[in-house]
Design a protein around this ligand. Structure first.
Ligand code: ZN
Length: 262
């Protein structure tokens, strides 16, 4: 009981420190607390270790050489301070699988949880490290070079980072949850697949706007203090939606493989 209380306080303090260090907005800190509590409920302290590995490493990479990412932030919808929608996009499905696992101890919910985190980690590493690439990335619809920060574009460095990000979560999962080789590889591959899906949806369906004032193509709904105009993509498909869908789809695919394998 005392241990549980200490851990709950630890989760709340962790979220509060995310707010203090400007990694999270107020709503983001609240959402992170909810995800943390859900993960603790479903997977105990080991689940929190894994969530911590994702949060600590993505915070590290987003702060790493952050001054050189300033121009990219102009293109993205949001900055490095994550609000509740970004937290839900990256951790919502993982929290959901945790709560289901609390009621039903089937292995598939653990796999879903791990693939969600592997996918989120893969995607975050890919964008944060990939944006440091010296060359501009290739846009997958045209295979032409486009500006860094364009959704649906890939680089060698970003792809390597994406593999490494998924690998880290799968190897920690192997160690904490005694996964065995097959499921470790499954989490690694489907975590990476989540990032591939993210790139595909980003290229084909994600919305893009243009600023009427300065002409920049951006994911922001306003720029230069005026509303931007949508030039492509679907209305509801913003970066948060893409992140949520890619992690969720990769998890569902991995769960199907797990069921078929039994
Ligand atoms: Zn502008």
């Amino acid at each position: 009981m005392i241990v549980t209380i200490i851990i709950v306080i630890f989760i709340l303090l962790g979220s509060a420190s995310g707010y203090q260090s400007k990694s999270l907005t107020r709503s983001g800190a609240l959402a992170a607390s909810i995800v943390g509590l859900a993960v603790y409920l479903g997977f105990g302290i080991n689940g929190l270790y894994l969530l911590g590995a994702f949060f600590a490493s993505s915070t590290f990479w987003s702060k790493y050489k952050s001054s050189s990412k300033y121009i990219i932030e102009e293109k993205l919808a949001k900055g490095a301070t994550r609000d509740w929608r970004q937290v839900a996009a990256n951790g919502g499905a993982a929290g959901l699988f945790s709560i289901i696992h609390y009621f039903n101890h089937d292995m598939i919910w653990l796999i879903g949880f791990l693939v969600c985190l592997a996918s989120a980690n893969s995607d975050t590493w890919a964008s944060e490290i990939g944006s440091l690439s010296k060359q501009d990335p290739l846009y997958i619809r045209t295979f032409k070079r486009v500006e860094k920060g364009t959704s649906g574009a890939i680089s060698f460095l970003g792809s390597a980072a994406s593999l490494a990000g998924s690998f880290l979560i799968s190897i920690i999962g192997f160690w904490l949850f005694d996964l065995g080789l097959f499921f470790t590889c499954l989490v690694f591959l489907f975590g990476y697949l989540g990032n591939v899906i993210d790139t595909l949806i980003g290229a084909f369906y994600q919305q893009l706007y243009v600023c009427g004032q300065c002409g920049i193509e951006t994911e922001k709904k306003s720029h230069c203090q005026m509303p931007t105009a949508r030039i492509k993509g679907m209305v509801f498909v913003d970066n948060d939606m893409v992140n949520f869908l890619s992690g969720f789809l990769a998890s569902v695919f991995a769960i199907i493989i797990t069921i078929l394998n039994n």
